[in-house]
Design a protein around this ligand. Structure first.
Ligand code: CP
Length: 330
């Protein structure tokens, strides 16, 4: 089954084909009219970009997409297949996934961390249950460990702006935020940059390391693609010479739930930090908290490419759905 739950679920050749198809579809500027692809999307959490871009991506390749929000549009779902359901959950994930699999050719699911231990969260239990019980390909629309569609769009955006991504100097820099955010976006961006062969520097305060297994994967994929990976807490040094700066906040693995210390407030990415780079283009997955994560002066200037990045969610997913649909169209 052709699931897409992590950036590494596409081979190098498939990734290139998806990105090239995305570029073709973007240039075409009209929907294809040859498919009857039925796409379903299920959101356990809020979304602006992912929801709209996934629906539009299905439309671009000539299909349809129906989106459901759990809670308001569905029964309260039980995640444990073995549970005795005598409390407030009304439908088990086994039947919910099975029913959606009878209605759709491909299913997208968004499920943020649910507050369980990280060793459980990182296995993406909800996404994997849909992959196991739906009988159709499942696309992660962001889980606890990865946001692979965001990663693909980020790769497409760097390809568009710089052409060649191999040895492109990229800095992913941590930023403050009032809440300890999940790590799916930084994990996927760093892994996708490694797959793209970038020279990646992860710039973060001490204590904000990514998951060691994710780091091992980033390092091995980077070596295979001819790139490099460095990690530093020296922000000036880490940003020096960067052509791309990816700004993102994330929480500490060793203190989940703990907000960032006020002493890290000067990690907001603003003009003085940008001066350290090589005229870098600034990326962020959005939504972004202005003047906490990135200064308005950067976001409102042509240094920012966050809207290109958001638009490319649509085109990257259109390329991905087109690729997956080849194996599922009835
Ligand atoms: N970047 C992103 O996934 O945005 P949404 O949360 O709005 O979908």
């Amino acid at each position: 089954m052709n699931h897409f739950l992590a950036p590494t679920d596409l081979t190098h050749a498939e990734r290139e084909a998806v990105l090239n198809r995305a570029i073709e579809l973007k240039a075409l500027k009209r929907p294809l009219d040859r498919t009857t692809l039925r796409v379903g999307a299920l959101f356990f959490n809020a979304s602006l970009r992912t929801r709209i871009s996934f629906e539009k991506a299905a439309e671009v390749i000539g299909g349809t997409c129906l989106t459901l929000n759990t809670g308001s549009d569905t029964y309260k779902m039980e995640m444990d297949p073995e549970a005795a359901m005598n409390a407030d959950t009304q439908e088990n994930i086994v039947e919910a996934a099975g029913v959606l699999g009878r209605m759709f050719d491909i299913i997208g699911v968004r499920s943020f961390p649910t507050g369980q231990a990280w060793e459980i969260e990182k296995t993406e239990p909800i996404l994997r249950a849909f992959a196991e019980h739906s009988g159709v390909p499942v696309v992660s629309l962001e889980g606890a460990l990865h946001h692979p569609c965001q990663g693909l769009a980020d790769h497409l955006t760097m390809k568009e702006h710089f052409g060649e991504t191999k040895k492109l100097k990229v800095a992913m820099t941590w930023a403050p935020h009032p809440k300890p955010l999940p790590m799916a976006v930084p994990n996927s961006f760093a892994l996708q940059s490694a797959l793209a062969g970038c020279d990646l520097t992860i710039v973060r305060p001490e204590g904000y390391d990514l998951d060691p297994e994710v780091m091992a994967s980033i390092e091995s994929e980077s070596a295979a693609a001819g790139g490099s990976v460095e990690v530093t807490s020296n922000r000036d040094l880490g940003l020096e010479g960067a052509k791309v700066v990816y700004v993102k906040s994330w929480g500490r693995m060793d203190h989940p739930g703990q907000s960032a210390d006020a002493s890290l407030a000067d990690w907001t990415f603003g003009d003085s930090a940008w001066e350290m780079t090589d005229q870098a283009k600034v990326m962020h997955c959005l939504p972004v908290r202005r003047n906490v994560v990135i200064s308005s002066s950067i976001l409102d200037s042509d240094r920012s490419i966050v809207l290109d990045e958001a638009e490319n969610r649509l085109w990257a997913q259109a390329g991905l759905l087109d690729h997956i649909s080849k194996g599922v169209q009835k």
